[in-house]
Design a binder for this molecule. Sequence first.
Ligand SMILES: [Zn+2]
Length: 156
Amino acid sequence: MARIVTFSFKDNVAAEAVIEAVDILQDTGHPMTIQEFAQVAERLGSIMGASATPQVLMARPTAWCTCKYKVTRATGKVTPRFGWLVCKTCNKPAEVVVRNWMGNLVNSVMGNNLLQALRDKLAADRATEDDEDPQEILDKFDQGADGVTTKPAGEG
Ligand SMILES: [Zn+2]
């Protein structure tokens, strides 16, 4: 079992900067020094603290029913805490529900998930840069998210 957390941001730039920072911190293909990692993590925390409003905390299933019968409204039950439709025998949702969890979540509110488009744009931006200096990425954070600059005025 896992969790899904949704934050809202009034500032689109801040929202995108958070995604970029998390991707940078988790990208094992581009190693950073501990200091660079700490700088990106600090800015991530600053942007989150200044701009993010927690909206949703949901449990996300990671295992599914492998029993003989399909989990349906008729054959299953809804769990009181998580609100999942699960098998009455093993207490797990249907495989199709688990595999399509995020897509169904996004589709349920008739919205498009913009995450991949943002990542494609960021990758294209990185590909056109001559130098992938992590300091340039840090500088971009300082220029990008309005009102959440972490450097003192006059620096950088
Ligand atoms: Zn089952």
